[in-house]
Design a protein around this ligand. Structure first.
Ligand SMILES: Cc1cc2nc3c(=O)[nH]c(=O)nc-3n(C[C@H](O)[C@H](O)[C@H](O)COP(=O)(O)O)c2cc1C
Length: 186
């Protein structure tokens, strides 16, 4: 018999269409705390989260347009407007970054895995509160101008723009995976 958590996980779906309201401050606090409890080898605390709302979404859009123009100096106004509008697809974006430390037993990949787990836990926490989310990256996650604004050095990574809000539309109905295609007993 599935527990409530399992039922939630087995029905999980990314929700691309998101509108206000976003989580309130108390809910956001819980979501961020749940994420930051992700497994973290040697407690190196590699994850940093940036919550973007309201004016911040507009500033992020301007940053995306600048970065887009930097990559393509011939970009049309239409293309720049599209880039500028991307963060406005949700009332909140949580930007998840990984700042790996040098450690003799914990390579960077483990620290990146910890940040990825954080994002996934936040999605589960948001689901449980009745909010939708969508993990996005795209070229903006790797653009030097964007990376600089989030304080990333060459060793750091922008793992996610986690778009958050109230889901519009229904979750996708999923086909059951054939476990044998992906799972083996060792
Ligand atoms: C690291 C990472 C980056 C992603 N970036 C994007 C993205 O930029 N655009 C997108 O449409 N989906 C992106 N996805 C996939 C979606 O978040 C989502 O998982 C996918 O649409 C499948 O939907 P589901 O989560 O409901 O199975 C990304 C997923 C991961 C793990």
């Amino acid at each position: 018999m599935a527990t409530a958590v399992l039922e939630q996980l087995l029905a999980r779906s990314s929700m691309p269409r998101l509108a206000a309201p976003a989580p309130d401050d108390m809910q956001l606090d819980q979501v961020l705390r749940a994420g930051l409890l992700a497994p973290d080898h040697a407690y190196l605390r590699p994850t940093r989260l940036h919550v973007v709302t309201e004016d911040g979404l507009v500033r992020l859009g301007d940053l995306f347009a600048r970065a887009f123009l930097d990559s393509d100096p011939d970009a049309t106004e239409k293309a720049l407007d599209k880039a500028r509008g991307k963060p406005l697809r949700a009332p909140m974006i949580i930007v998840a970054c990984c700042h790996p430390s040098e450690h003799d037993k914990v390579p960077a990949i483990e620290q990146i895995a910890s940040t990825a787990a954080c994002v996934s836990l936040m999605q589960t926490a948001l689901d449980s509160l009745g909010y939708g989310s969508m993990w996005r990256t795209g070229p903006m996650a790797y653009h030097p101008l964007v990376r600089e604004q989030f304080g990333l050095t060459d060793q750091d990574h922008l793992l996610a723009f986690l778009y958050v809000g109230t889901a519009k539309g229904k979750p996708r109905v999923r086909e059951q995976k054939q476990l044998d295609d992906y799972c083996r007993r060792f």
